[in-house]
Design a protein around this ligand. Structure first.
Ligand code: PEP
Ligand code: MG
Length: 902
């Protein structure tokens, strides 16, 4: 028989799967001998059984009875007693903290009889009736699902009737009457009386917790956070202690270090003569914890000792909920506390200095995502600002721009060169175009998982959502907050890291951590100036990064197309270029040269066009290889379809038709149109591109190889150490690579011979088609290295166009949970990842020491990097901006960190 109930003394912190986070930590505190009110946890297994069978397992009732009786005996009180009643709270507690689940119900066990017992025991009749009032209200709302406003309105009505400013000013008689009113509401809404039997209250509350696992809110949250639906929640039943028994009682929340800056010291809030919900509801202002030392020194000392004990035990920042009942301290909850990104780095290194954790552990507690948020630009902290309002910090960064109310205005602002802040009540997929065009997004509605928040984070756009003080009238073109009225085009500034919204311009600067990762420790410290907090943060990040570099197995390269990007990447620690997309070098003025190549009527014309391209290509590679001197530089031969370099078919067709109409036909335009029509493809992404293009258009790849070879010779002569690698895109068959390789080797030989040197340039290919991954053992025969192109591999594995995927169906797929995150952002380990694994295994079956990396977008994505480490790639290549993040995550992968941090 399964055991469905664990006494606190029977569990421990490692049983989160079974007892939930809250239950496991209550058990751990009990084991440590800390003052936790007696109680027990009903396991997640009981919840799963309940959800499966639609009924509470019969054993559970028996086990609950035994556990309740034990508490009664230990405390010498009885549930529902007329004189000295035991009361309990019922709280949900899943493996992961999950907003959207059932809230706590306090004071279970009170009824028309035991309320008198509570008055007797506490010597405070008003307190007893207030407790009963709270029970009926909380029970009615969370267990019986009665609209909470009905109770809140009745409470307001009572206050107004007797002229009470706050709840505290209500008399015993007022509260008695309120209990009757509340009970009437229950009868009215449910057709039955408020349950008087304490055990019935308890059983109903337990079932309500189980049911809350499957509310829409909870399901939505789990989909977003990728929490499995079948875990179930635990239920904690804890004997009540009271913080509202007069001036020697109170309740509070505290942290063993500052969770926003990481500074050592004790932080927290305290509210005398109150219950936990009063702190959360913010009805009264809390006192800083230090005041407790003055109010009640012995209780304060006990609390400080407990905090130290917990921090030592968990070896991390803990947050703690506590209650003081008539001078006696009780701990109601603890957990390893959430913290800001800055605090994560500082706390980790400080715990190392205190010899509480190792550097490996410190590394595993600081994530790439946290580092990313420290790299976003920030508002100049010294700037004068005018705060308009606050919302939720939904996507980090700082953005300034004119107000735009819709897509058209946002696009117009971007085209005018000043991207806007898109201001909407809420956003939906139709607003995507405006979001893309904007510098930031501000909404009046929606939470951190709203469409605006999710999409903005996905795009790296700064966003503040749910700023509910905003009154937005797109028709009138106004945004109003109180007396301030702003119009479309007025400048506002939003801080996606704090949720603040400012009127007017606020200057933006690089964050000190950004200065550090791009220009080193000295520069970072200098940027921090005399701000100790910022200096501490820069030093902490530096120490963690140094350790990551020391332990990581994966090397980190950058995707860089020119010397400027390559230099930037190198400054940020890139150990090579993993992808130079040479097609980017054919844009701008050079488009004309490509056009000549495409329009060439015969070999001679083609030759002339290629000859014209050679010197400019050579110069590109000289600059790139010089910037990456001494480091491997993978240059990919041209990839996209050539028509991308020609005018758009429709536009050109219209222009030519109009010209013909006027009798002014231009022979050149006619020729270009014929070429564009000839090359038009329905599905260019799956058409004549990559190696197919190289094999179809004689001389193009050879020209690029020649430019690479000549650039190498030139730099070597200048005493440099260029290390090019030639990469062939979109290979699907070994034969394709063989043909290109033969030609390339011949060119390298020719150029080498002419210069009196040997050019041993590695030649490899991208693995970005399923067929390439599946035949990697064959392709490896002709390849010196592989680089996985996970962008195309994702596109071709899912059969979803990477260009169109941000369209409507994709947002819907995220909403309905088919996808939890874009597979173009985080590698789909099960599907696309299997192909990567097959490619690695295939390649190494043929060449055991074959060098392999990845250069798709996933090379800079934290979660994907752990996967690439695990499958045994040698390096990841990502955009220069993400190089530091990739270094950190590669270090974390080596240090054995899971991807979860707090
Ligand atoms: C890829 O497909 O992953 C890749 C890096 O190539 P591109 O994005 O240029 O197609
Ligand atoms: Mg590709």
């Amino acid at each position: 028989m399964a055991t469905y109930v664990y006494r606190f003394a029977d569990g421990d912190k490692d049983q989160k799967d079974l007892l939930g986070g809250k239950g496991a930590n209550l058990a751990e505190m009990t084991r440590l001998g800390l003052p936790v009110p007696p109680g027990f946890t009903i396991t997640t297994e009981a919840c799963r059984a309940y959800l499966r069978d639609g009924a509470v397992p019969p054993e559970l009732r028996v086990e609950v009875t035994l556990a309740v009786r034990e508490i009664e005996d230990a405390l010498g009180r009885r549930l529902g007693d007329f004189h000295d009643p035991l009361l309990v709270s019922v709280r949900s507690g899943a493996r992961f903290s999950m907003p959207g689940m059932m809230e706590t119900v306090l004071n279970i066990g009170l009824n028309d009889a035991s309320v008198k017992g509570l008055a007797e025991f506490s010597g405070d009749e008003r307190f007893a009736w207030d407790s009963y009032r709270r029970l009926v209200q909380m029970f009615g709302k969370t267990v019986l699902h009665i609209d909470g406003d009905r109770f809140a309105d009745a409470l307001d009505g009572k206050r107004a009737q007797v002229g009470a400013a706050t709840d505290v000013d209500l008399s015993t008689q007022d509260l008695r009457e309120l209990v009757e009113t509340f009970k009437d509401i229950v009868r009215d809404e449910t057709g039955r009386d408020f349950p008087q039997h304490p055990r019935e209250q308890l059983d109903m509350a337990i079932e309500a917790v189980f049911d809350s696992w499957n509310t829409d809110r909870a399901r939505l949250y789990r989909r977003r956070e990728r929490i499995p639906h079948d875990l179930g929640t635990a239920v904690n039943v804890v004997s009540m202690v009271f913080g509202n028994l007069g001036p020697t009682s109170g309740t509070g929340v505290c942290f063993t270090r500052d969770p926003s800056t990481g500074e050592p010291g004790i932080y927290g809030d305290y509210l005398p003569n109150a219950q936990g919900e009063d702190v959360v509801a913010g009805i009264r202002n809390t006192l800083p914890l230090s005041e407790l030392e003055v109010l009640d020194r012995p209780a304060y000392t006990d609390l400080v000792q407990a905090m130290r004990r917990l921090e030592t035990h968990y070896r991390d920042l803990c947050d703690i909920e506590f209650t003081i009942e008539r001078g006696k301290l009780w701990l109601l909850q603890t957990r390893v506390g959430k913290r800001t990104a800055a605090a994560a780095f500082r706390i980790a290194t400080e715990l190392v200095d205190e010899h509480l954790i190792t550097m490996d552990e410190a590394l595993s507690r600081c994530s790439g995502e946290q580092l990313t948020s420290l790299l976003f630009p920030q508002f100049d902290p010294h700037a004068e600002t005018t705060l308009l309002t606050r919302g939720m910090a939904a996507s980090p960064g700082a953005a300034v721009g004119p107000i735009a109310f819709d897509n058209a205005q946002a696009v117009a602002a971007a085209e005018a060169g000043t991207p806007a802040i898109l201001v909407r009540k809420e956003t939906n997929p139709d607003d995507l175009q405006g979001m893309i065009a904007s510098a930031g997004v501000l909404t009046a509605r929606g939470g951190k998982t709203s469409h605006a928040a999710v999409v903005a984070r996905g795009m790296g756009r700064c966003a503040v959502v749910g700023a509910d003080a905003l009154r937005i009238d797109p028709v009138a073109g106004t945004v109003t907050v109180g007396k301030t009225v702003l119009h479309g085009g007025d400048t506002i500034a939003i801080d996606g890291s704090s949720g603040e919204v400012f009127v007017g311009d606020v200057p933006v600067t690089d964050s000190p951590v950004m200065v550090y990762v791009s220009r080193g420790l000295e520069a970072g410290l200098e940027a921090a100036g005399d701000d100790d907090e910022a200096r501490g943060l820069v030093s902490a990040v530096h120490r963690v990064m140094e350790h990551a570099d020391k332990v990581r197995r994966l090397r980190v390269r950058a995707n860089a197309d020119n010397a400027a990007d390559a230099t930037r990447a190198r400054e940020r620690g890139a150990q090579g270029v993993g992808l130079c997309r040479t097609e980017h070098q054919f844009l701008g003025d050079r488009r004309r040269l490509v056009e000549q190549l495409i329009l060439a009527g015969d070999d001679a014309e083609r030759r002339a066009a290629l000859d014209a391209l050679l010197p400019v290509q050579r110069q590109d590679f000289v600059e790139l290889l010089e910037a990456m001197d001494g480091l491997p530089t993978t240059i990919r031969l041209i990839d996209p379809p050539l028509h991308e370099f020609l005018p758009d078919l429709t536009t050109l067709a219209v222009d030519v038709a109009v010209a013909r109409e006027r009798g002014e036909a231009d022979p050149h335009d006619e020729k270009v149109l014929a070429a564009v029509e000839h090359m038009h493809e329905q599905n260019p992404m799956l058409g004549l591109r990559g190696v197919r293009l190289g094999l179809t258009l004689p001389g193009l790849f050879a020209l690029q190889v020649r430019a690479i070879a000549e650039a190498t010779v030139e730099l070597r002569r200048a005493g440099r150490d260029p290390r090019p690698e030639i990469m062939v895109p979109l290979v699907g068959s070994v034969r394709e690579l063989q043909i290109v390789r033969d030609e390339a080797e011949q060119v390298l030989r020719e150029v080498g011979d002419a210069a009196g040197t040997t050019l041993d340039v590695p030649i490899g290919c991208m693995i970005e088609l399923p067929r390439a991954a599946l035949t990697a053992h064959r392709i490896a025969e002709e390849a010196d290295f592989f680089s996985f192109g996970t962008n195309d591999l994702t596109q071709t594995t899912w059969g979803m166009s990477r260009d169109d995927v941000e369209g409507e169906f994709f947002a819907q797929y995220l909403d309905n949970g088919v996808l939890t995150i874009s597979p173009f952002e985080t590698l789909d380990a099960d599907g696309v990842g299997s192909l990567v694994r097959a490619g690695v295994e295939g390649g190494r079956a043929t060449k055991p020491a074959m060098h392999m990396g990845v250069c798709g977008e996933h090379g800079g994505d934290p979660e994907s990097i752990h996967f690439f480490d695990e499958v045994g790639l040698d390096y990841v290549s990502c955009s220069p901006f993400r190089v530091p993040v990739a270094r950190l995550e590669a270090g974390r992968a080596a240090a054995g960190a899971s991807q979860d941090t707090v």
